[in-house]
Design a binder for this molecule. Structure first.
Ligand code: SF4
Length: 455
């Protein structure tokens, strides 16, 4: 990648969505009602991707943007397992349970805050209700190396888990202290070795840049330590500083958070370093070895972006189970409540704990297709979009194409009648490049508290 003009790039730093969904979660509301949601579930066809949210953590990492419940009471965890099972029962009344499950993910929270027998209980129950589990299912879990033992690993092996994502964030002791997550390198190394011992095919480590006290030099040391673990994939996320939404982020002294120019330097360096080490960049924040299945998917235009990042399993309906989880069908997003009392009340009343969502109209579907193609493949195949949606691209997206001119003039992308192609340096600004296609962005213009910054 050529050297980027840091001053020019940092001018693009502005609030913007990460586009794990389109429309974004800010558009979710109760206009999309419960009965309509049930209709979609009941009419759904084809393969399923299932996400189970285990929201509990022992203590807060101050950078964390997840929906988490902090507790040391084990009985809360076991109560929640009972509710999950009942939620699965209700779901099974509204979904054709013969549909094939081709993807499963445990997220959180800290899924491995649960003991092995509880994780086993959830998996056994889910698989008894959704028995058509593909032998090739991509089955994955997020693991905090500080809470991980061999008994849990045996449960994951028993249920065919083939991907593990280890949360690391940063190895630097000063940064770890500031973010309230002390995790020695040896702890992470032991966790990765345990997963390898049990034959896990794909090991991912998650890092975050933009955290307090990070510098280019300190992050380089983190990258080298992460590299020494030889992960198959690395996710290197841009820290989303949203203290108006997350109280723990207010604990940071904002003057210690790296400036946009420093973040860009770190990102550029990360790309250069990992590329030199044999990894290739996928989408805006993932790196993988060239033999990874994600590359084959890029070549075929089959790489997709969803709430778990990048995936090759794009055609499946996503069913979210548990507090705050999000489901996705072709024409809707549906989110469960974030409030534990409401979650339990809904299930006690025999209802799904659905709270809000959005039903996509034809314009949303079209824009989603363009934005997700940009986010996943850094390009848009214009004839494909025209054929699939029956539009004249130049006419329909005249405004967006006008807004892309500034990126074109800066040689960050090119536009021809056939294709929008983002240049390698433009990939660092992919969120900015996608935003002109977002019909809802105008609503948030000038509202600094809508999204995290793009740079
Ligand atoms: S980063 Fe993980 S362990 Fe830390 S608070 Fe968030 S979910 Fe919990």
């Amino acid at each position: 990648m050529s050297t980027i003009d840091l001053e020019k790039f940092s001018r693009y730093s502005r609030p913007g969505p990460r586009y794990t969904s389109y429309p974004t979660a800010l558009e979710f509301s109760d206009d999309f009602g419960y009965d309509r949601y049930l209709e979609y579930l009941e009419q759904g066809k084809g393969p399923l991707s299932i996400y189970v949210h285990l929201p509990f953590c022992r203590s807060a990492c101050y950078f964390c943007g997840c929906n988490v419940v902090f507790t040391s009471k084990r009985e809360k965890l076991s109560e929640y397992v009972e509710y999950l099972k009942r939620e699965i029962d209700i779901l099974a009344q509204h979904i054709d349970t013969k549909r094939e499950v081709i993807q499963f993910h445990f997220g959180g929270g800290t899924p491995t805050y649960y003991q092995a027998f509880e994780l086993d209980e959830i998996m056994e129950y889910l698989r008894s209700k959704f028995p058509n589990w593909s032998e090739e299912a991509e089955t994955s879990v997020e693991i905090d190396p500080r809470f991980f033992n061999e008994d849990q690993m045996k449960v994951f092996q028993k249920h065919g888990f083939n991907r593990i994502s280890f949360g690391v964030q940063d190895f630097d002791p000063r940064v770890q202290e500031e973010i309230h997550r002390i995790q020695p390198y040896e702890t992470t190394k032991a966790a990765v070795e345990l997963a390898r011992k049990y034959g896990i095919e794909s090991i991912n480590t998650d890092l975050i840049y933009g955290l307090p006290y990070q510098t280019l030099e300190s992050f380089q040391r983190t990258l080298e330590r992460a590299r020494s673990l030889d992960p198959d994939r690395l996710a290197v996320f841009n820290y989303a500083h949203v203290p108006w939404l997350k109280k723990t982020m207010r604990k940071f002294d904002e003057t210690t958070i790296p400036a946009p120019e420093v973040k860009l330097q770190i990102l550029q360096h990360t790309i250069d370093y990992l590329t030199a080490e044999g990894y290739e960049m996928i989408g805006m924040d993932h790196f993988a070895k060239p033999e990874d299945e994600l590359f084959g998917a890029i070549a075929k235009g089959e790489l997709h972006r969803n709430f778990q990042g990048y995936t090759t399993r794009g055609g499946a309906n996503l069913i979210g189970i548990g507090l705050t989880s999000i489901g996705e069908g072709e024409r809707y997003y549906a989110q469960n409540t974030k409030n534990m009392n409401e979650y339990e009340e809904a299930i006690d009343a025999g209802r799904l704990p659905y709270e809000r969502g959005v039903e996509l109209n034809d314009d949303d579907l079209l824009r989603k297709s363009v934005i997700m193609e940009l986010m996943a493949n850094f390009s848009v195949d214009i004839p494909r979009v025209e054929k699939e949606f029956g539009i004249d691209f130049a006419d329909y997206f005249a405004d967006a194409l006008e807004k892309l001119k500034e990126f074109e003039e800066a040689e960050l992308l090119s536009v021809t009648p056939q294709r929008i192609q983002v240049a390698p340096t433009g990939t660092l600004l992919i969120r900015n490049i996608a935003m002109p296609f977002d019909a809802y962005m105008n609503k948030y213009e000038g509202n600094k508290k809508s999204f995290s910054k793009t740079v």
